[in-house]
Ligand binder design. Sequence first.
Ligand code: MLT
Length: 203
Amino acid sequence: MKHIFQKGKDLTKPTFLLLHGTGGNELDLLPLAGMVDDEASYLSVRGNVLENGMPRFFRRIAEGVFDEEDLVFRTNELNQFLHEAAQEYGFDRNNILAIGYSNGANIAASLLFHHQHALKGAILHHPMVPRRGNELPDLSGKSVFIAAGTNDPICSPMESKELQALLEKANASVELHWENRGHQLTREEVEMAAKWYRKLLFD
Ligand code: MLT
């Protein structure tokens, strides 16, 4: 997968897996990652699917309607890429924290839904429920921060709460943070994510 790897100053920190939104690329979330932890390593990946020239991490049939077969295929592909990247760059495969926005948050949630050991945790900006009806792996010990918008036209507050409930049912520890905004990624929510991350790191 097309990507950027930036080795951090402190190799005991998690490696951030950065996953952009629809139409974005692997450069988009680098400044945001720096706001969360400027000493961590970053693996920033570009989605392998193109929708009218816009990179995405999996196909969709319509806005908010996912191609489930492709979602599962792309989730497995990304998980496999993480194994390979960890070997190539020498970072700890078991200490990856995903940071995703929108479509990138959805594939990060899908990694959690399908692969018990894919991620140590995740910061999900405006995620949806990636899939319904599959049994989640045991996510004990995983920590997830969700930033959601009370007026998000793409992801309703009900869906954000549903995602929280599904992850908690699988034993993940989840913090759901609300912004009185829409689908946009705000500086405020990144600051809240950074606060959550620092607490996680030093607890
Ligand atoms: C998706 O397709 O993953 C969601 O609708 C969010 C987005 O527009 O990327």
